[in-house]
Design a protein around this ligand. Structure first.
Ligand code: FAD
Length: 456
């Protein structure tokens, strides 16, 4: 093979790109991974990891604030944002070093620089050409804005800026009640800010089962997080001390700053994709169920394609592509079977279909809601919430929806139940450890199987 020629050339070193690189290298393929910034991409440097570090710091602040109800006397003196950032950055840094070590250990050729697809089998990086028997596009996504809404990075910010704040704002308007908006709202409230979420749709986390959205809304209301649902953003004006936001119903809100969390758009402009024959739609690269684009031997994965924008989806798509290239038998991803977690306080977690979608698909469905009030560990944690099961009439469980502290850790079991198409009676036979929150999942299945324990 000529110099700079590889079995696989991957453009973008985020979750999708590096997962593909690692698996391809493991399968004996020669791999070049091209990254303009830092391996790890959005998830490690501007997404999953930093937000979860902030959420953990927020949980500690809440713990101090609420300590008295546990008989512990602690006072919250304040939030030292540079200190919080130091902890967050140190966490990222440890993981980043680990990832860099893996790139070397897997013998992936790492190319630092801005890449462009110049032919269906050729990526150019600042003057040098990298030829690939296969090309994988994994250039990810960036925060979107609304038409005419200018992000200034100071008072009108995106999640990228929000992760770099050196102070806690005294008040924030969060535009968008999806996962990212809700997570930042949760953090800032715990840090002491006055928070209002504006969401055009009728509910927070609108992709979740309506019951989960309503529970989250109730919990946020109790926490003092305000929200405007079914109300549209009309415009924003910068003021002396911050921003003034007007809404469709005429209401005006003022705050120190506004976080724009209205979604993320694909990074595909100016990268030569269309010119090379790769079909796109509103910037997203169009792929089939095996992540193959319209050009033979060119694949695309992660946030760049119109599937769920989640790191673990990027990992799975990267691995799927690497295995196909290596000739390993693969099956397409069942996107309904991918677990989804919103890491706010309380957390929201789900897998499978919402009740509404299950009704659309199966007609008749049965549901069961198990209140965490009956779960010992949840009572110890003083968390409220529920586990909701959606079952195809007389068939397997097709949707699991949870709200409560740390339920994100429980959804992996939900994923097994969903993906194995387990019947409630089969799950009911599994003995869950007491007292854990996982028991709530077991007890919900016991109840659905007609053998309720701690419920009437
Ligand atoms: P990215 O991670 O965006 O990586 C793309 C890479 O390509 C980048 O490193 C970029 O520098 C590089 N690149 C782009 N163009 C070029 C070019 N021309 N040349 C060279 N390199 C290029 N997901 C979860 O599963 N769990 C979470 O808790 C979670 N929390 C999140 C919180 C926030 C605030 C955000 C913003 C996202 C969160 N996500 C979460 C989503 C997750 O981060 C993304 O789904 C994931 O990072 C997508 O991976 P990717 O590889 O497709 O793209």
């Amino acid at each position: 093979m000529a110099d700079n020629a590889f079995d696989v050339v991957i453009l973008g070193g985020g979750s999708g790109g590096y997962a593909c690189a690692f698996r391809a290298a493991e399968l004996g393929l020669s791999v070049a991974l091209i990254e303009k910034d830092k391996v790890g991409g959005t998830c490690l440097h501007r997404g999953c990891i930093p937000t979860k570090a902030l959420l953990h710091a927020a949980e500690i602040a809440d713990g101090a604030r609420e300590s008295e109800q546990f008989g512990v006397r602690a006072t919250l003196e304040g939030i030292d944002m540079p200190g919080v950032n130091k902890y967050k950055d140190a966490t990222i840094s440890r993981l980043y070093k680990g990832l860099q070590g893996l790139v070397k250990a897997r013998k992936v050729t790492y190319v630092e620089g801005y890449g462009k697809l110049v032919a269906p089998d050729l990526v150019e990086v600042e003057g040098a050409a990298y030829r690939g028997r296969n090309i994988v596009l994994a250039t990810g996504s960036v925060p979107k804005s609304l038409p005419g809404l200018e992000i200034d990075g100071d008072r009108i910010i995106t999640s990228d800026h929000a992760l770099q704040l050196e102070h806690v704002p005294s008040s924030v308007i969060v535009l968008g009640g999806g996962v990212i908006g809700v997570e930042f709202a949760s953090v800032w409230k715990s840090f002491g800010a006055d928070v209002t979420i504006v969401e055009a749709l009728p509910h927070l986390v609108p992709l979740e089962d309506e019951a989960s959205s309503k529970l989250l809304e109730r919990a946020f209301r109790r926490r003092g997080i305000k929200y405007e649902l079914g109300n549209r953003f009309n415009g924003v004006e910068r003021t002396e001390s911050g921003v003034k936001v007007s809404l469709a119903d005429g209401k005006q809100l003022e705050a120190d700053l506004m976080l724009v969390a209205v979604g993320r758009g694909p990074v595909s402009q100016g990268l030569g994709y269309e010119e090379a024959g790769v079909r796109t739609d509103r910037g997203y690269v169009i792929v089939d169920e095996y992540c193959r684009t319209s050009v033979p031997n060119v694949y695309a994965v992660g946030d760049l394609i119109p599937t769920l924008q989640l790191a673990h989806v990027g990992f799975a798509e990267g691995i799927l592509v690497a295995e196909q290239i290596a000739g390993v038998a693969t099956t397409p991803i069942d996107y309904d079977g991918v677990p989804r977690v919103t890491y706010s306080e309380p957390e929201v977690a789900s897998v499978g279909l919402t009740e509404a979608k299950a009704k659309e698909k199966y007609g008749e469905v049965e549901t069961l809601v198990y209140d965490l009030g009956g779960n010992g560990r949840s009572q110890i944690l003083k968390t409220q919430g529920s586990v909701k099961l959606v079952r195809q009439k007389d068939g397997p469980v097709v949707g699991i929806h949870m709200v409560g502290a740390r339920v994100g850790e429980l959804i992996a079991e939900g994923q097994l139940i969903y993906n194995w198409e387990a019947l409630p009676g089969e799950v009911a036979q599994l003995i869950h450890p007491h007292p854990t929150q996982s028991e709530a999942l077991g007890e919900a299945h016991l109840a659905l199987a007609g053998k309720p324990l701690h419920v009437h």
